[in-house]
Design a protein around this ligand. Structure first.
Ligand SMILES: Nc1ncnc2c1ncn2[C@@H]1O[C@H](COP(=O)(O)OP(=O)(O)O)[C@@H](O)[C@H]1O
Ligand SMILES: [Mg+2]
Length: 509
Protein backbone atom coordinates (compact mmCIF):
# COMPACT_ATOMS: atom_id res chain seq x y z
CA UNK A 1 0.00 0.00 0.00
CA UNK A 2 1.44 3.37 -0.90
CA UNK A 3 1.50 5.99 1.84
CA UNK A 4 -0.11 9.38 1.35
CA UNK A 5 0.35 12.62 3.28
CA UNK A 6 -0.17 16.30 2.51
CA UNK A 7 2.11 19.21 1.81
CA UNK A 8 1.61 22.61 0.18
CA UNK A 9 3.39 24.83 -2.32
CA UNK A 10 3.01 28.39 -3.52
CA UNK A 11 2.36 29.55 -7.05
CA UNK A 12 2.34 33.29 -7.48
CA UNK A 13 1.01 34.51 -4.15
CA UNK A 14 -1.42 31.66 -3.66
CA UNK A 15 -0.88 28.15 -2.38
CA UNK A 16 -1.99 24.77 -3.48
CA UNK A 17 -2.30 21.47 -1.63
CA UNK A 18 0.13 18.78 -2.74
CA UNK A 19 -0.27 15.05 -2.09
CA UNK A 20 2.97 13.28 -1.34
CA UNK A 21 2.74 9.55 -2.03
CA UNK A 22 5.44 6.96 -1.48
CA UNK A 23 5.65 3.27 -2.33
CA UNK A 24 8.19 0.44 -2.28
CA UNK A 25 8.09 -1.10 -5.72
CA UNK A 26 11.14 -3.31 -6.16
CA UNK A 27 14.23 -4.87 -4.66
CA UNK A 28 17.03 -2.80 -6.23
CA UNK A 29 18.00 0.07 -3.84
CA UNK A 30 16.81 3.18 -5.63
CA UNK A 31 15.06 6.41 -4.72
CA UNK A 32 12.95 8.15 -7.37
CA UNK A 33 10.90 11.35 -7.20
CA UNK A 34 8.29 12.06 -9.88
CA UNK A 35 5.68 14.80 -10.39
CA UNK A 36 7.59 17.56 -12.24
CA UNK A 37 10.27 18.14 -9.57
CA UNK A 38 12.86 20.88 -10.16
CA UNK A 39 16.51 20.38 -9.20
CA UNK A 40 15.99 21.38 -5.57
CA UNK A 41 13.21 18.80 -5.22
CA UNK A 42 15.37 16.14 -6.92
CA UNK A 43 18.13 16.85 -4.47
CA UNK A 44 15.69 16.23 -1.62
CA UNK A 45 16.65 12.56 -2.08
CA UNK A 46 20.13 13.13 -0.71
CA UNK A 47 18.97 15.34 2.16
CA UNK A 48 16.17 12.97 3.13
CA UNK A 49 18.49 9.94 3.02
CA UNK A 50 21.05 11.63 5.22
CA UNK A 51 18.49 13.10 7.64
CA UNK A 52 16.82 9.70 8.16
CA UNK A 53 20.19 8.03 8.70
CA UNK A 54 21.10 10.69 11.27
CA UNK A 55 17.91 9.92 13.18
CA UNK A 56 19.38 6.40 13.64
CA UNK A 57 16.82 4.88 11.31
CA UNK A 58 17.96 2.60 8.51
CA UNK A 59 17.02 3.91 5.08
CA UNK A 60 15.03 1.24 3.17
CA UNK A 61 17.25 -0.74 0.80
CA UNK A 62 14.53 -1.14 -1.77
CA UNK A 63 13.25 0.79 -4.73
CA UNK A 64 11.22 3.72 -3.40
CA UNK A 65 9.10 5.94 -5.54
CA UNK A 66 7.75 9.26 -4.35
CA UNK A 67 5.02 10.99 -6.35
CA UNK A 68 4.09 14.63 -5.89
CA UNK A 69 0.53 15.22 -7.11
CA UNK A 70 -0.99 16.93 -9.07
CA UNK A 71 1.63 15.63 -11.48
CA UNK A 72 1.27 18.46 -14.01
CA UNK A 73 2.19 21.25 -11.57
CA UNK A 74 5.86 22.13 -11.41
CA UNK A 75 7.29 21.51 -7.90
CA UNK A 76 9.92 24.01 -6.87
CA UNK A 77 12.19 24.41 -3.85
CA UNK A 78 13.24 22.38 -0.84
CA UNK A 79 10.02 22.59 1.24
CA UNK A 80 9.03 19.04 0.25
CA UNK A 81 11.99 17.50 2.13
CA UNK A 82 10.00 16.97 5.31
CA UNK A 83 6.86 15.43 3.78
CA UNK A 84 9.04 13.20 1.60
CA UNK A 85 10.98 11.97 4.65
CA UNK A 86 7.76 11.32 6.61
CA UNK A 87 6.16 9.43 3.75
CA UNK A 88 9.27 7.28 3.30
CA UNK A 89 9.12 6.37 7.00
CA UNK A 90 5.44 5.46 6.70
CA UNK A 91 6.07 3.26 3.65
CA UNK A 92 8.87 1.56 5.53
CA UNK A 93 6.29 0.92 8.28
CA UNK A 94 8.49 2.69 10.78
CA UNK A 95 5.68 5.18 11.38
CA UNK A 96 1.93 5.04 11.38
CA UNK A 97 -0.02 8.28 11.49
CA UNK A 98 -2.92 8.91 13.85
CA UNK A 99 -6.17 10.05 12.22
CA UNK A 100 -5.56 13.78 12.87
CA UNK A 101 -2.08 13.62 11.41
CA UNK A 102 -3.28 11.87 8.27
CA UNK A 103 -5.00 15.15 7.36
CA UNK A 104 -2.11 17.36 8.51
CA UNK A 105 0.15 19.36 6.20
CA UNK A 106 3.95 19.01 6.43
CA UNK A 107 6.47 21.52 5.06
CA UNK A 108 10.16 22.10 5.71
CA UNK A 109 13.66 21.87 4.32
CA UNK A 110 15.95 19.29 5.93
CA UNK A 111 19.58 19.76 6.83
CA UNK A 112 21.75 16.64 6.56
CA UNK A 113 21.57 16.13 10.32
CA UNK A 114 17.77 16.27 10.26
CA UNK A 115 17.41 19.84 11.52
CA UNK A 116 14.60 21.79 9.87
CA UNK A 117 15.36 24.93 7.89
CA UNK A 118 12.76 27.66 7.21
CA UNK A 119 10.89 27.82 3.92
CA UNK A 120 9.14 30.58 1.97
CA UNK A 121 5.43 31.26 1.51
CA UNK A 122 4.18 29.90 4.84
CA UNK A 123 1.60 32.66 5.39
CA UNK A 124 0.08 31.91 2.01
CA UNK A 125 -0.01 28.18 2.87
CA UNK A 126 -1.64 28.86 6.23
CA UNK A 127 -4.30 30.93 4.45
CA UNK A 128 -5.00 27.96 2.17
CA UNK A 129 -5.31 25.56 5.13
CA UNK A 130 -7.84 27.84 6.76
CA UNK A 131 -9.84 27.95 3.54
CA UNK A 132 -9.79 24.16 3.14
CA UNK A 133 -10.59 23.69 6.84
CA UNK A 134 -7.41 21.71 7.39
CA UNK A 135 -6.35 22.28 10.96
CA UNK A 136 -2.91 20.89 11.56
CA UNK A 137 0.41 22.19 10.20
CA UNK A 138 3.90 20.81 10.95
CA UNK A 139 6.61 23.27 9.90
CA UNK A 140 10.06 24.62 10.80
CA UNK A 141 10.28 26.45 14.09
CA UNK A 142 11.41 29.70 12.43
CA UNK A 143 8.24 29.82 10.30
CA UNK A 144 5.83 29.13 13.15
CA UNK A 145 5.02 32.71 14.17
CA UNK A 146 4.32 33.58 10.56
CA UNK A 147 1.81 30.73 10.17
CA UNK A 148 0.27 31.68 13.51
CA UNK A 149 -0.89 35.00 12.02
CA UNK A 150 -3.82 32.98 10.67
CA UNK A 151 -6.08 32.12 13.57
CA UNK A 152 -7.75 28.78 14.20
CA UNK A 153 -4.94 26.49 13.05
CA UNK A 154 -2.93 23.98 15.08
CA UNK A 155 0.65 25.01 14.41
CA UNK A 156 3.41 22.60 15.44
CA UNK A 157 6.92 24.13 15.35
CA UNK A 158 9.40 21.36 14.58
CA UNK A 159 13.12 21.55 15.41
CA UNK A 160 14.27 18.38 13.70
CA UNK A 161 13.12 15.17 12.10
CA UNK A 162 13.91 12.99 15.14
CA UNK A 163 11.71 15.15 17.35
CA UNK A 164 8.85 14.98 14.85
CA UNK A 165 9.13 11.19 14.55
CA UNK A 166 8.85 10.82 18.33
CA UNK A 167 5.86 13.14 18.33
CA UNK A 168 4.09 11.28 15.53
CA UNK A 169 4.69 8.00 17.36
CA UNK A 170 3.17 9.55 20.49
CA UNK A 171 6.40 9.07 22.46
CA UNK A 172 7.04 12.70 23.27
CA UNK A 173 4.89 15.64 22.38
CA UNK A 174 5.73 18.81 20.47
CA UNK A 175 3.71 21.65 21.97
CA UNK A 176 1.47 23.47 19.52
CA UNK A 177 1.66 27.26 19.51
CA UNK A 178 -0.78 29.21 21.65
CA UNK A 179 -3.01 31.60 19.63
CA UNK A 180 -1.13 34.78 18.76
CA UNK A 181 -2.39 38.24 19.69
CA UNK A 182 -0.75 40.13 16.84
CA UNK A 183 -3.80 42.34 16.43
CA UNK A 184 -1.92 45.22 18.00
CA UNK A 185 0.14 46.98 15.37
CA UNK A 186 1.91 49.71 17.19
CA UNK A 187 4.43 52.45 16.80
CA UNK A 188 5.73 54.39 13.86
CA UNK A 189 9.26 55.09 12.75
CA UNK A 190 11.32 57.81 14.46
CA UNK A 191 11.51 61.01 12.43
CA UNK A 192 15.26 61.40 11.99
CA UNK A 193 15.89 62.20 8.34
CA UNK A 194 12.87 64.41 7.79
CA UNK A 195 13.89 66.51 10.78
CA UNK A 196 17.23 67.22 9.09
CA UNK A 197 15.75 68.75 5.93
CA UNK A 198 16.17 72.51 5.97
CA UNK A 199 13.98 74.87 3.95
CA UNK A 200 12.26 73.19 0.97
CA UNK A 201 8.81 74.09 2.27
CA UNK A 202 7.06 73.31 -0.99
CA UNK A 203 8.71 69.91 -1.33
CA UNK A 204 7.86 69.04 2.26
CA UNK A 205 4.25 70.02 1.67
CA UNK A 206 4.20 67.86 -1.48
CA UNK A 207 5.55 64.92 0.54
CA UNK A 208 2.82 65.50 3.11
CA UNK A 209 0.07 65.47 0.47
CA UNK A 210 1.59 62.50 -1.37
CA UNK A 211 1.78 60.51 1.87
CA UNK A 212 -1.69 61.45 3.05
CA UNK A 213 -3.50 60.45 -0.15
CA UNK A 214 -1.01 58.07 -1.84
CA UNK A 215 -0.44 60.45 -4.74
CA UNK A 216 2.46 59.95 -7.13
CA UNK A 217 5.18 62.57 -6.83
CA UNK A 218 7.89 63.75 -9.20
CA UNK A 219 10.70 65.99 -7.99
CA UNK A 220 12.86 67.82 -10.51
CA UNK A 221 15.86 69.91 -9.57
CA UNK A 222 19.61 70.45 -9.81
CA UNK A 223 22.05 67.94 -8.28
CA UNK A 224 22.50 68.29 -4.54
CA UNK A 225 19.21 70.08 -3.99
CA UNK A 226 18.03 67.30 -1.69
CA UNK A 227 15.69 65.24 -3.89
CA UNK A 228 17.08 61.90 -2.75
CA UNK A 229 17.12 63.07 0.84
CA UNK A 230 13.46 64.11 0.64
CA UNK A 231 12.38 60.79 -0.83
CA UNK A 232 14.37 58.77 1.70
CA UNK A 233 12.66 60.71 4.49
CA UNK A 234 9.22 59.76 3.22
CA UNK A 235 8.95 56.39 5.05
CA UNK A 236 9.08 58.33 8.31
CA UNK A 237 5.80 60.03 7.39
CA UNK A 238 3.99 56.91 6.25
CA UNK A 239 1.37 55.66 8.69
CA UNK A 240 1.69 52.02 9.83
CA UNK A 241 -0.19 49.40 7.82
CA UNK A 242 -3.67 48.36 8.90
CA UNK A 243 -4.04 44.69 9.91
CA UNK A 244 -5.51 43.68 6.55
CA UNK A 245 -2.78 45.51 4.65
CA UNK A 246 -0.08 44.04 6.89
CA UNK A 247 -1.24 40.50 6.08
CA UNK A 248 -1.33 41.30 2.35
CA UNK A 249 2.20 42.74 2.38
CA UNK A 250 3.60 40.00 4.61
CA UNK A 251 2.29 37.35 2.21
CA UNK A 252 4.17 38.99 -0.67
CA UNK A 253 7.44 39.15 1.28
CA UNK A 254 6.99 35.61 2.56
CA UNK A 255 6.55 34.19 -0.93
CA UNK A 256 9.55 36.20 -2.14
CA UNK A 257 11.71 34.84 0.68
CA UNK A 258 12.29 38.34 2.07
CA UNK A 259 10.53 37.94 5.40
CA UNK A 260 12.70 38.21 8.49
CA UNK A 261 11.94 35.43 10.95
CA UNK A 262 12.36 37.86 13.83
CA UNK A 263 9.54 39.97 12.46
CA UNK A 264 6.84 37.60 11.18
CA UNK A 265 4.37 40.42 10.46
CA UNK A 266 5.44 43.44 8.40
CA UNK A 267 3.89 46.50 10.02
CA UNK A 268 5.75 49.33 8.26
CA UNK A 269 4.79 50.35 4.77
CA UNK A 270 7.34 49.12 2.25
CA UNK A 271 9.71 51.60 0.62
CA UNK A 272 11.52 50.15 -2.38
CA UNK A 273 14.20 51.99 -4.32
CA UNK A 274 15.45 49.77 -7.16
CA UNK A 275 18.50 50.93 -9.10
CA UNK A 276 18.05 52.05 -12.69
CA UNK A 277 19.93 48.97 -13.90
CA UNK A 278 17.14 46.71 -12.57
CA UNK A 279 15.73 44.46 -15.30
CA UNK A 280 12.15 44.51 -16.51
CA UNK A 281 11.38 41.25 -14.69
CA UNK A 282 12.97 42.50 -11.47
CA UNK A 283 10.77 45.55 -11.73
CA UNK A 284 7.34 44.15 -12.62
CA UNK A 285 7.74 40.47 -11.74
CA UNK A 286 7.71 37.30 -13.79
CA UNK A 287 10.23 34.62 -14.68
CA UNK A 288 9.64 30.96 -15.52
CA UNK A 289 8.39 30.38 -11.98
CA UNK A 290 6.75 33.82 -11.59
CA UNK A 291 7.95 35.91 -8.69
CA UNK A 292 6.76 39.34 -7.55
CA UNK A 293 8.80 42.29 -8.80
CA UNK A 294 9.66 45.61 -7.16
CA UNK A 295 6.23 47.12 -7.88
CA UNK A 296 4.57 44.28 -5.95
CA UNK A 297 7.14 44.48 -3.15
CA UNK A 298 6.15 48.17 -2.94
CA UNK A 299 2.43 47.23 -2.62
CA UNK A 300 0.69 49.51 -0.06
CA UNK A 301 3.90 51.51 0.17
CA UNK A 302 6.27 53.56 -1.97
CA UNK A 303 8.30 52.79 -5.08
CA UNK A 304 11.08 55.35 -5.37
CA UNK A 305 12.83 55.73 -8.71
CA UNK A 306 15.86 57.94 -8.29
CA UNK A 307 17.30 59.49 -11.47
CA UNK A 308 14.11 58.62 -13.36
CA UNK A 309 15.38 59.37 -16.91
CA UNK A 310 18.20 56.84 -16.43
CA UNK A 311 15.72 53.95 -16.31
CA UNK A 312 15.26 52.22 -19.68
CA UNK A 313 12.15 53.53 -21.33
CA UNK A 314 10.65 50.07 -21.77
CA UNK A 315 10.91 49.45 -18.02
CA UNK A 316 9.17 52.75 -17.28
CA UNK A 317 6.42 52.12 -19.80
CA UNK A 318 5.65 48.81 -18.06
CA UNK A 319 4.68 50.82 -14.98
CA UNK A 320 1.83 52.60 -16.70
CA UNK A 321 -0.75 49.84 -16.56
CA UNK A 322 -0.16 48.84 -12.90
CA UNK A 323 -0.19 52.53 -11.91
CA UNK A 324 -3.70 52.70 -13.31
CA UNK A 325 -5.06 49.30 -12.18
CA UNK A 326 -3.18 48.55 -8.97
CA UNK A 327 -2.34 45.05 -10.21
CA UNK A 328 0.16 43.59 -12.65
CA UNK A 329 -0.65 40.68 -14.92
CA UNK A 330 2.29 38.42 -15.64
CA UNK A 331 1.82 36.11 -18.60
CA UNK A 332 3.77 32.91 -18.98
CA UNK A 333 3.48 30.37 -21.78
CA UNK A 334 1.03 28.22 -19.85
CA UNK A 335 -0.83 30.64 -17.60
CA UNK A 336 -1.35 34.22 -16.50
CA UNK A 337 -0.93 35.40 -12.94
CA UNK A 338 -1.88 38.57 -11.16
CA UNK A 339 0.19 40.24 -8.48
CA UNK A 340 -1.11 43.20 -6.48
CA UNK A 341 0.79 46.43 -7.20
CA UNK A 342 -0.96 49.33 -5.52
CA UNK A 343 1.94 51.63 -4.77
CA UNK A 344 2.78 55.31 -4.65
CA UNK A 345 5.36 56.25 -7.24
CA UNK A 346 7.92 58.79 -6.13
CA UNK A 347 10.59 59.82 -8.62
CA UNK A 348 13.49 62.25 -8.77
CA UNK A 349 15.09 63.68 -11.89
CA UNK A 350 17.53 66.31 -13.00
CA UNK A 351 16.03 68.74 -15.52
CA UNK A 352 18.83 68.08 -18.07
CA UNK A 353 22.00 65.95 -18.40
CA UNK A 354 24.22 68.49 -16.53
CA UNK A 355 21.42 69.18 -14.07
CA UNK A 356 21.51 72.97 -13.95
CA UNK A 357 18.87 73.94 -16.52
CA UNK A 358 16.55 75.42 -13.91
CA UNK A 359 19.25 76.64 -11.53
CA UNK A 360 19.37 80.36 -10.80
CA UNK A 361 23.11 80.45 -10.07
CA UNK A 362 24.88 77.98 -12.30
CA UNK A 363 24.69 77.94 -16.08
CA UNK A 364 23.48 74.89 -17.96
CA UNK A 365 26.03 73.43 -20.38
CA UNK A 366 23.68 71.24 -22.40
CA UNK A 367 22.63 71.88 -25.99
CA UNK A 368 18.89 72.20 -26.72
CA UNK A 369 19.06 68.83 -28.52
CA UNK A 370 20.59 67.13 -25.49
CA UNK A 371 17.96 68.62 -23.20
CA UNK A 372 15.13 67.53 -25.45
CA UNK A 373 16.48 63.98 -25.78
CA UNK A 374 16.94 63.75 -22.02
CA UNK A 375 13.46 64.97 -21.22
CA UNK A 376 11.93 62.69 -23.84
CA UNK A 377 13.20 59.63 -21.99
CA UNK A 378 10.16 59.90 -19.73
CA UNK A 379 7.05 59.62 -21.87
CA UNK A 380 4.10 61.99 -21.69
CA UNK A 381 1.67 59.28 -20.53
CA UNK A 382 3.96 58.37 -17.62
CA UNK A 383 4.44 62.03 -16.72
CA UNK A 384 0.67 62.40 -16.73
CA UNK A 385 0.45 59.85 -13.92
CA UNK A 386 2.38 62.03 -11.49
CA UNK A 387 -0.29 63.86 -9.50
CA UNK A 388 2.29 66.14 -7.90
CA UNK A 389 5.13 67.51 -9.98
CA UNK A 390 7.43 69.90 -8.21
CA UNK A 391 10.64 71.76 -8.71
CA UNK A 392 13.17 71.32 -5.95
CA UNK A 393 15.52 74.31 -6.14
CA UNK A 394 18.95 74.56 -4.53
CA UNK A 395 18.60 75.22 -0.78
CA UNK A 396 19.31 78.81 0.18
CA UNK A 397 22.21 79.49 2.50
CA UNK A 398 19.92 81.18 4.99
CA UNK A 399 17.69 78.09 5.10
CA UNK A 400 20.66 75.80 5.66
CA UNK A 401 21.49 77.79 8.76
CA UNK A 402 17.99 77.53 10.18
CA UNK A 403 16.70 74.90 12.58
CA UNK A 404 13.77 72.76 11.49
CA UNK A 405 11.02 73.23 14.06
CA UNK A 406 10.07 70.06 15.90
CA UNK A 407 6.52 71.36 16.27
CA UNK A 408 6.22 71.59 12.47
CA UNK A 409 7.03 67.90 12.08
CA UNK A 410 4.55 66.96 14.79
CA UNK A 411 1.84 68.95 12.98
CA UNK A 412 2.60 67.27 9.67
CA UNK A 413 2.36 63.80 11.22
CA UNK A 414 -0.92 64.67 12.91
CA UNK A 415 -2.44 66.07 9.73
CA UNK A 416 -1.47 62.94 7.77
CA UNK A 417 -2.89 60.71 10.47
CA UNK A 418 -6.21 62.57 10.51
CA UNK A 419 -6.45 62.68 6.71
CA UNK A 420 -5.90 58.91 6.58
CA UNK A 421 -8.62 58.31 9.13
CA UNK A 422 -11.04 60.53 7.19
CA UNK A 423 -10.28 58.51 4.05
CA UNK A 424 -10.74 55.15 5.79
CA UNK A 425 -14.15 56.31 7.04
CA UNK A 426 -15.06 57.62 3.58
CA UNK A 427 -14.30 54.36 1.79
CA UNK A 428 -15.39 51.94 4.49
CA UNK A 429 -18.57 50.98 2.61
CA UNK A 430 -17.16 51.35 -0.90
CA UNK A 431 -17.72 48.52 -3.35
CA UNK A 432 -14.10 48.17 -4.34
CA UNK A 433 -11.59 47.68 -1.56
CA UNK A 434 -9.94 51.12 -1.53
CA UNK A 435 -8.22 53.04 1.23
CA UNK A 436 -7.05 56.39 -0.16
CA UNK A 437 -8.18 59.23 -2.42
CA UNK A 438 -5.73 58.31 -5.17
CA UNK A 439 -7.64 55.06 -5.71
CA UNK A 440 -11.00 56.74 -6.46
CA UNK A 441 -12.07 55.61 -9.93
CA UNK A 442 -13.20 58.10 -12.56
CA UNK A 443 -16.76 56.73 -12.27
CA UNK A 444 -16.91 57.54 -8.58
CA UNK A 445 -15.12 60.84 -8.64
CA UNK A 446 -18.29 62.91 -8.61
CA UNK A 447 -19.65 61.02 -5.65
CA UNK A 448 -16.58 61.59 -3.48
CA UNK A 449 -15.19 64.88 -4.81
CA UNK A 450 -17.96 67.38 -5.36
CA UNK A 451 -16.83 70.80 -6.61
CA UNK A 452 -18.65 74.12 -6.26
CA UNK A 453 -19.23 76.37 -9.28
CA UNK A 454 -16.31 78.63 -8.52
CA UNK A 455 -13.94 75.65 -8.40
CA UNK A 456 -15.36 74.23 -11.60
CA UNK A 457 -14.62 77.53 -13.32
CA UNK A 458 -11.04 77.53 -12.02
CA UNK A 459 -10.53 73.99 -13.19
CA UNK A 460 -11.87 74.87 -16.63
CA UNK A 461 -9.32 77.66 -16.96
CA UNK A 462 -6.53 75.44 -15.66
CA UNK A 463 -7.34 72.68 -18.12
CA UNK A 464 -6.83 75.19 -20.89
CA UNK A 465 -3.64 76.70 -19.42
CA UNK A 466 -1.96 73.44 -18.39
CA UNK A 467 -3.31 71.36 -21.31
CA UNK A 468 -4.63 68.86 -18.78
CA UNK A 469 -5.72 65.49 -20.09
CA UNK A 470 -8.86 63.84 -18.74
CA UNK A 471 -6.59 61.77 -16.50
CA UNK A 472 -4.72 64.86 -15.33
CA UNK A 473 -8.06 66.56 -14.65
CA UNK A 474 -9.22 63.70 -12.41
CA UNK A 475 -5.88 63.52 -10.67
CA UNK A 476 -5.95 67.22 -9.77
CA UNK A 477 -9.42 66.80 -8.25
CA UNK A 478 -8.24 63.82 -6.18
CA UNK A 479 -5.23 65.78 -4.90
CA UNK A 480 -7.62 68.63 -3.99
CA UNK A 481 -9.69 66.07 -2.04
CA UNK A 482 -6.58 65.13 -0.05
CA UNK A 483 -5.65 68.79 0.55
CA UNK A 484 -9.19 69.32 1.89
CA UNK A 485 -8.86 66.22 4.11
CA UNK A 486 -5.57 67.54 5.53
CA UNK A 487 -7.49 70.58 6.80
CA UNK A 488 -10.42 68.37 7.82
CA UNK A 489 -12.74 70.18 5.44
CA UNK A 490 -15.78 68.21 4.24
CA UNK A 491 -16.06 70.25 1.05
CA UNK A 492 -13.35 70.79 -1.52
CA UNK A 493 -12.95 74.56 -1.54
CA UNK A 494 -11.36 76.72 -4.20
CA UNK A 495 -8.17 77.17 -2.17
CA UNK A 496 -7.72 73.39 -1.97
CA UNK A 497 -8.07 73.11 -5.71
CA UNK A 498 -5.70 76.03 -6.25
CA UNK A 499 -3.05 74.33 -4.14
CA UNK A 500 -3.48 71.07 -6.05
CA UNK A 501 -2.96 72.96 -9.31
CA UNK A 502 0.28 74.50 -8.06
CA UNK A 503 1.81 71.05 -8.21
CA UNK A 504 1.51 70.54 -11.96
CA UNK A 505 4.64 72.36 -13.18
CA UNK A 506 5.36 69.98 -16.02
CA UNK A 507 2.17 70.77 -17.88
CA UNK A 508 2.80 74.51 -17.93
CA UNK A 509 4.67 74.72 -21.19
N1 LIG B 1 17.31 70.86 2.35
C1 LIG B 1 18.40 70.27 2.84
N2 LIG B 1 18.63 70.26 4.17
C2 LIG B 1 19.72 69.65 4.65
N3 LIG B 1 20.65 69.03 3.91
C3 LIG B 1 20.49 69.00 2.58
C4 LIG B 1 19.35 69.61 1.98
N4 LIG B 1 19.44 69.41 0.64
C5 LIG B 1 20.57 68.73 0.43
N5 LIG B 1 21.20 68.46 1.59
C6 LIG B 1 22.47 67.73 1.73
O1 LIG B 1 22.99 67.49 0.45
C7 LIG B 1 23.20 66.12 0.23
C8 LIG B 1 22.86 65.76 -1.18
O2 LIG B 1 21.49 65.80 -1.36
P1 LIG B 1 20.75 64.78 -2.31
O3 LIG B 1 19.43 64.49 -1.69
O4 LIG B 1 21.60 63.63 -2.61
O5 LIG B 1 20.56 65.67 -3.59
P2 LIG B 1 19.99 65.28 -5.01
O6 LIG B 1 19.38 63.94 -4.90
O7 LIG B 1 18.98 66.34 -5.31
O8 LIG B 1 21.13 65.34 -5.97
C9 LIG B 1 22.33 65.42 1.25
O9 LIG B 1 22.85 64.21 1.67
C10 LIG B 1 22.30 66.40 2.38
O10 LIG B 1 23.37 66.18 3.25
MG1 LIG C 1 19.92 62.24 -5.89
Amino acid sequence: MPSKIFSATTFGLDSQLIEVEADLIGEAAKFIIVGLPDTAVQEARERVRSAIKNCDIAFPRRKIIVNLAPADLKKVGPAFDLPIAVSVLITKRYLELFADDQKAVFVGELALDGTLRPVTGVLSMATLLKKLEIKRLYLPQQNADEANLISGLEIYPVKNLAELVKHLKGKSIIKKLPPSDFKKISGSRPVLLFAKIKGQQQAKRALEIATAGNHNLLMVGPPGSGKTLLAKAMPELLPPLTIDEALEVTKIYSVSGLLSHNEPLITNRPFRSPHHTASGIAMVGGGSFPKPGEITLAHRGVLFLDELPEFPRIVLENLRQPLEDGVITVSRASQTLQFPACFTLVAAANPCPCGFLTDAEKDCKCSPGQILRYQKRVSGPLLDRFDLQIEVPRVKFIDLQSEAAAAEIENILQRIDKARKIQLARFKDSQQKIFTNSEISSQNIEEYCRLDNQSKQLLKEAMFKFHLSARGYHRVIKVARTVADLTESKEIKIEHLAEALQFRIMQEN
